[in-house]
Design a protein around this ligand. Structure first.
Ligand code: ACM
Ligand code: ZN
Length: 765
């Protein structure tokens, strides 16, 4: 992006409006996503009751109305429509040379000119104007007096056409008011595609007139296992409280649930359209369908609903009734939603049900299919032809690639551990949306998928040619709601990560810059505060999980954002604002559990803890091992979590040069133990770190150094140990449960850089 700033602060009197105005500096402006081109000029425009707007076509109306509504809400007056172009301060005009969704915005002390060629372009210009206004524009009945907008010239256009967010209504339900609020958040950050996951095993959330039981019964449940977990967590964290408005007394029983009537869906679609957002419905099939099969059991292979090893029993693909049922539903969906795409899910099917079903096996044979994946593909293609006949295109999760893609099927790539799906789709000429589980699943804890990881992710694979890259429609983040039982928690999971996604979606790769984004983010938090959004605050920085020392440790803490205070405890209790306030580095001479918390106003971060451990040097062993490799043992389906992995008595080992999954990728319930020696080249404090998906545990001798246990996606944990010079026994236990594994191990010798643990630092006997 090009910034030309005039670093000159001056106060001038604007003749036309008689209000004090000023020239802004770049540091006072925060636009997210970053525009393609911005020139800062002298002075500013001051909004007042007499500000009027001129529009000359209907496509400009939603943008002008949105702006007027912002002022009505915050300042108490609307922006009136002017009859003449000359008399208006804000002038919209059409410029056919400007691309779809792009806009030109020019602000001077006297006028604001907005040019675009379509409704989206006008709308995005207004969203930029909104972010140039003080954050108080987001507040009802604000006491702000100076509605100044810096003088700028902005030319802007998006990188991707698909800038999406998904919400899951099945696992926990969100009502229409929450939906509308969320659509306004999306509009603010120029996101344009709203994917509604409306059906799944845990609840059916959309009225289907032909099958009333889907919502009469399928929308309601007694407490699920996720509800139970949320209720348990809510005892200490109110963000996990289940939204009480979704409990209803039904047939004398308290039940959880809800659904959208078709009229409500129309209202959502219209509301979204005014904000230039397209609504994409997802009706997951032939798996994730238990809420339907519970009430129409003839759909399954066994005429019963239930669960297989990992997923629910799918619909039977050997029965004509399945095809009829799904098409009848899609007929109503296609009539209701104007979107080009209809998402049919297609993920995580328990194909074992089809393996055991004579009807499914007959369908495979009759249609000359190779296996159950091809059976699913056969179903998808039939559904796709049906959707095409309704003028729609099929969209599905990346499993739709297995068993063969159709010509027009569009894929949502989510499985980081199945990267080839992108290559197959692109080579076959199919479009895709990039929504990877490790970066864009915003239901993942912030520690697992932090804000910077979301920002830094590049959605176009390096190996893609220019032609292949054209098949990437864009990006999307998902908010699966198993552990999101209310809208406040949804905000907490979505923000601030949604802004990082928005910048990747809109801003060109070359114009992205993390440091600059951080600066703009510091100001965006004020806007999120004004919108009363409960966002996540990063934890205290500069604190390792474990700090080892010999005589004395000095620990320095840093606030993760501007305007934050740090509090801490050393007695194991959870810190609050009444705990000790951090003002200078802390010193320790005995082993201590340090708990820290950061506050931005009244909003707190999560607690970040560290063990500050007094240690004595570990003695080396006397051995002359073989350098450059470790011994590795592995087993499948013997354990379910790393914490219980144990070597058998007569374990058989192989030697490996690298500590990773080489040769074992894609195996579920895989356990491994790496054993050998680590060379401490000098006496001192050594840091070790493991980054693993799922868990790993690292020991030096008998000392437990890095605790990265449990089943989780890739996270890095660290630890420290005091070592005498020489060889020290090292053991790394690892377990991959399901969903793609990874293991990396690092070390940092005293006064040295962090390195991957391999080469001459490792050895075996
Ligand atoms: C998915 O997360 N199963 C698409
Ligand atoms: Zn079957």
């Amino acid at each position: 992006m090009k910034y030309y700033s005039i670093i000159l602060m001056l106060l001038v009197v604007c003749n036309s409006c008689q209000t004090t105005t000023k020239t802004f500096t770049e540091e006072e402006i925060s636009l997210v996503p970053k525009p393609s081109e911005m020139v800062l000029t002298e002075g500013s425009y001051s909004f007042s009751k007499s500000t009027t707007v001129f529009i000359d076509n209907d496509k400009q109306k939603p943008a002008a109305t949105y702006l007027s509504d912002l002022f009505k809400n915050a300042a108490g007056y609307p922006i009136a429509v002017s009859e003449s172009r000359d008399g208006a301060a804000i002038v919209f005009s059409k410029d056919d040379n400007i691309k779809p969704e792009a806009y030109h915005l020019e602000v001077t002390p006297k006028k604001i000119s907005i040019k675009a060629s379509d409704a989206a372009g006008y709308f995005y210009a207004v969203q930029t104007l909104r972010q140039l206004l003080p954050a108080s524009i987001e507040k009802a009945n604000s006491d702000e007096k100076n509605w100044l907008v810096p003088s700028v010239v902005i030319n802007d256009q998006p990188r991707f056409s698909w800038r999406g967010m998904q919400m899951d209504f099945s696992r926990h339900f969100f009502g229409i008011d929450d939906v509308k609020t969320f659509l306004n958040y999306m509009a603010l950050y120029k996101l344009n595609t709203y994917h509604m996951h409306l059906t799944d095993d845990q609840g059916w959330r959309i009225e289907i007139k032909k099958y009333p039981l889907l919502t009469e019964k399928g929308a309601w449940r007694i407490e699920s296992s996720h509800d139970k977990t949320c209720n348990e967590l809510a005892k200490t964290d109110p963000l996990y409280s289940i939204d009480p408005t979704h409990y209803h007394e039904r047939d004398g029983q308290k039940m959880y649930g809800g659904f959208f009537t078709q009229e409500q869906i129309k209202e959502i679609i219209a509301y979204a359209a005014e904000r230039q957002i397209e609504v994409i419905p997802e009706i997951d099939m032939p798996g994730h369908l238990k809420a339907a099969i519970d009430n129409y059991p003839y759909l399954s292979c066994t005429n019963e609903a239930g669960w297989g090893e990992n997923f629910s029993h799918p619909a039977c693909l050997g029965k004509e009734t399945t095809y009829e049922f799904t098409k009848n539903i899609l007929t109503e969906i296609a009539e209701l939603f104007p979107s080009k795409y209809i998402h049919i899910g297609g993920d995580e099917v328990n194909i074992q049900s089809w393996k055991e079903c004579p009807l499914c096996q007959k369908a495979i044979k009759d249609n000359h299919l190779k296996n159950e994946h091809e059976l699913q593909s056969f179903f998808n293609k039939d559904i796709e032809a049906f959707l095409n006949s309704k003028g729609k295109r099929l969209l599905g999760w990346d499993e739709i690639v297995e068993g063969g893609l159709s010509k027009d099927g569009t894929m949502m790539w989510w499985r980081n551990w199945a990267p080839k799906m992108r290559d197959i789709a692109a080579q076959h000429g199919n479009d895709m949306v990039i929504t990877p589980c490790f970066e864009y699943y915003f239901d993942a804890q912030h520690a697992v998928t932090p804000f910077d990881k979301v920002y830094q992710y590049e959605p176009v694979p390096e190996n893609f040619t220019k032609e292949q890259a054209k098949h990437i429609l864009g990006v999307q983040a998902n908010l699966w709601s198993e552990m999101i039982p209310n809208f406040k928690r949804l905000q907490y999971m979505a923000f601030p990560r949604m802004l990082a996604l928005a910048e990747t979606a809109w801003t060109s790769k070359e114009d992205k810059n993390y440091d600059d984004f951080q600066r703009r983010m510091n100001m965006q938090y004020q806007r999120l505060d004004a919108l009363n959004i409960r966002y996540h605050i990063p934890t205290v920085t500069g604190l390792k999980d474990k700090v080892a020392f010999l005589d004395k440790a000095t620990v320095e803490l840093k606030a993760p954002l501007e305007n934050m205070e740090i509090y801490y405890t050393t007695d194991g209790s959870i810190p609050t604002k009444t705990s000790k306030r951090y003002t200078a580095p802390l010193e320790f001479t005995a082993t201590t559990k340090l708990n820290t918390i950061a506050y931005r106003g009244e909003v707190a971060s999560e607690t970040k803890s560290a063990l500050i451990e007094k240690q004595t040097y570990l003695e080396p062993v006397t051995i002359t091992p073989t350098k450059g490799a470790l011994k590795r043992w592995s087993a499948v389906k013997q354990f379910t979590v790393v914490d219980s992995v144990a070597l058998p008595k007569n374990a058989i080992f192989t030697t490996v040069k690298e500590i990773n999954l080489a040769g074992k990728e894609g195996i579920e319930q895989l356990s491994m133990v790496f054993k050998g020696y680590f060379y401490a080249q000098t006496e001192g404090l050594y840091e070790f770190a493991t980054k693993s998906d799922d868990g790993s545990l690292l020991y030096i001798g008998d000392k437990f150094v890095v605790d990265n246990g449990g089943n989780h996606s890739a996270i890095e944990k660290n630890g420290m140990v005091a070592l005498k010079k020489g060889w020290h026994p090292i053991t790394i236990n690892y377990h991959e449960a399901t969903g793609g594994g990874a293991l990396e191990v690092f070390y940092k010798a005293p006064n040295s850089e962090k390195k991957v643990l391999n080469g001459n630092a490792i050895a075996h006997d």
